[in-house]
Design a protein. Sequence first.
Lengths: 133, 547
Amino acid sequence: MATKKKIKVLVTKVGLDGHDRGAKVVSSLLKEAGMEVIYLGMFQRPEGIVKAAIDEDVDVIGLSYLSGEHLIFTPKIVEEMKKNSVDDVLLLAGGTFPAEDIPTMEEMGIDKVFRAGSLTASIVDYIKTNVEE
Amino acid sequence: MNNQKDRETIESGHRRSNGEDSFKNLSGFKIKALYGPEDISHLNPETDLGLPGEYPFTRGIHKTMYRERPWTIRQLGSLDSPSRANERIRQLLKMGATGISLCLDMPTIMGKDSDDPLAEGEVGSCGGVAIDSIEDMRNLMEGISLDEISINFVSNSQSAVLLAMFVAVAEERGVPLEKLTGTMQNDILKEYQAQKSYYFPPRPSMRLTMDTLSFCNKFLPRFNPISISGYHLASAGATPVQELAFTLANGFTYVEEGIRAGLSVDSFAPRLSFFFKAHNDFFENIAKFRAARRIWAKTMRERFGAKDRRSCILRMHAQTSGSSLTAHQAENNIIRVTTQALSAVLGGTQSLHTNAFDEAVSIPTARSEKLALRTQQIIAGESGVINTIDPLAGSYYVEALTDQMETECYKYFNEIENLGGVISAIEKGYYARIIADSAFRYQEKIEKGKRTVVGLNEFFEEEEIDIQLREADPGFEDEKVSGLTDFKKNRDHALVKACLNDIRDVSQGSDNIMPALIKAVKSCVTLGEIIGVMKEVFGEYREDYIY
């Protein structure tokens, strides 16, 4: 049986906030679920994130937000992806934000938003269903 | 919360059928069904407990505890702009808060001015106040008695600069430095271990902390120069016993460094203070606070030879657990905060911050913050728990658990020592590994239904109650940046340059940096400019990611 290519996920935090518990826990749980995780870590900028996504040829970018920066950085990352014709990568966001911001984030170009308290099973399922083999 | 099937699996598995995880506390200790005299027969009531206000202070640091004076009700007085934060502080004091904690916005936390390109979009973020210059400190402290109201600056890597601004403003206002009260968190070790708002490598950071400690020791005898903080370790995932052990080990490290800097232990140890989390497990939390006092007292006397009883007293601030709050059914958080706050009081804290229930969703509103404040006032005024001192002393369970906390702590102390001490353990990734592992296990238990979170993995509801959210001020960033631009334009540029050169020179040498910083902030040099020069000298820290 041929081994299926592992799904590759880039997990990172954009901006100045260093609360990395969520990003790390999700990374570990995605690894447990059989995915390959590129953990880019904290203090990243949109350009660097998209460059890393291209270099590493990832299937998914997972952004972890906490300090209210989601509406600022999301459009910048989406723009950077467009500029570099990155159109086959799933863009996910997780963290602390008001429910009313979720539709806005999805309009901006996030494929799926997971709020604080989401079970990672739902993230794993979403990725497995939506990453094209 | 989309996966109904997973949800059902989790829900069908609850109700105390948690297998081997049943009846374990957050530290992973197995809790027995019943405790009795045999569990505490090895303890000596005189030497292990003592009386309240007496060594080893297990029963509390004051003879009279809350009968004479309740704990300091300390709430967050921060908002984006210094003058709005000032208004907020006054409001809180009017509503009965007796202390204030002040959070900074992300750029200030990271040592950047509001006009830094990397600050874009984050000025005034995270419910924190933006402080660029002495002007901001002036506005923040306007009309607040610096010798009466204790402000706790939740400030770490930039503490020396903020302290310089605080001192400069006090001098302008003619307040004698020896009367200044307040706290700088200034706990750099836990930044590398958990909170991650570091700029320089650990050793130069420690030097700055020691400079502030020596400076306060000489000129600000009523000020707390370091608040050694377990809270952030716990928020990043450390279990309660890990929080306790790591925090105390950090405390001992500051003591060692202070002694190495030439101070006598009794000259500075009485001003060291602590900050712990009040997490969900009620009795575990109480035991943690009691064990903290006992371990500190014994170590200060036996290992560091402290003679002054105040050196042996562990004074603490506590905060309910932000990381235990849920976005789902957010109003349930009111109850979580209440039981956590009660445990902090029964554990004998000196100061308490209760979280607002909407923090898992957004920055709190004035209404949710007021409710958090009232929660403490109800515990203090109505519950009757303050009527007697340390009511849980002698409880078989609480004493056995306190003892177990102490014993387990020493295992971590040994591990850290074997790695060459705290800084070396940081550099070897020890904390990153343990904390990530504990965070992972905690989440895994929730996901598998082995740890109950009401409203999340039990009693989940698809429908959510709408809660009112705080409206951010979208114009603030532009307003702050343009104010700063004007401020930078209208200053003596040659003087600014000279001050920055001084700071560079002192940073390269070993003299205390505080005088150069005070002169600089008085000469309108900004926080970002100072940190920028220091980075040139000290370099920047990058951690290896371990998860």
